[in-house]
Ligand binder design. Sequence first.
Ligand SMILES: [Zn+2]
Ligand SMILES: [Zn+2]
Length: 267
Amino acid sequence: MPLIKSNVHTHTTFCDGKDSMEDMIKAAVEVGFDTLGLSFHSYTAFDPSYCIRDYLAYMMEFERLKREYDGRICLLNGVELDLYGERPSVCDYVIGSVHYFRVGGRHYPVDCRAPGFVKIIEKVFAGDVYAAAELFYREAGELSESVAPDVYGHFDLITCSNAEHGLIDEDNPRYRRAALSAVEKLPRGAVVEVNLGRLFRGQGGMYPSPWLVRELNARGCRFMLSSDAHKKEALGFMFDETCKQLKELGVKSLARYSGNKIEEVEL
Ligand SMILES: [Zn+2]
Ligand SMILES: [Zn+2]
């Protein structure tokens, strides 16, 4: 039984997840969660490849499963709302995320594997990865005003494939300045997720990087563990180990959804 018994960053076959909503719910019950939030990718007309396609079908299935699993697990209907995505009419919570660089009215994905990322840096940013980081963190800084999310998603997603291409030196002063300027724009007590999706895929560590966890913590941000699950096996993966790591970084408690309320759990 994990210390943190909930996750609200969960993708299903209604967007780019590999498992059905029901299979994700069954897996969450098995892991010992008391709360599971389903969070589809908001619709982005400029890139429909990975996002929600049929919102009505999604809601009908959600309502059916909510009745079916009543008493076994609390289900929340959420959204991972991209900075440039469409906000759904009804939802229990919003995770706000930046997935694109917007340049000259076009959108370029941030979270692509190394070859795609390197091409974008060359083509769009004339090879200057720190110019890309400056844009990314300016966009991240816009989230609080334009999206006002309940939870801030993968804060340093721009490092997504850094283990492969190694272009970003997180000690670089330009990188640090850009990231910290986005930290400064977060509202007091903002809930920032500690996203374990990349760790599960074996492509790097948690988001945010440890140095950023320290900075966010020093500024009074709160943290929420998040599987960013695209497969049922990712639910709760490394939760307890990450709690230990966060404690070592000076984090005293974690925020988590218990039903539709956010509560603090001491580490
Ligand atoms: Zn995301
Ligand atoms: Zn996600």
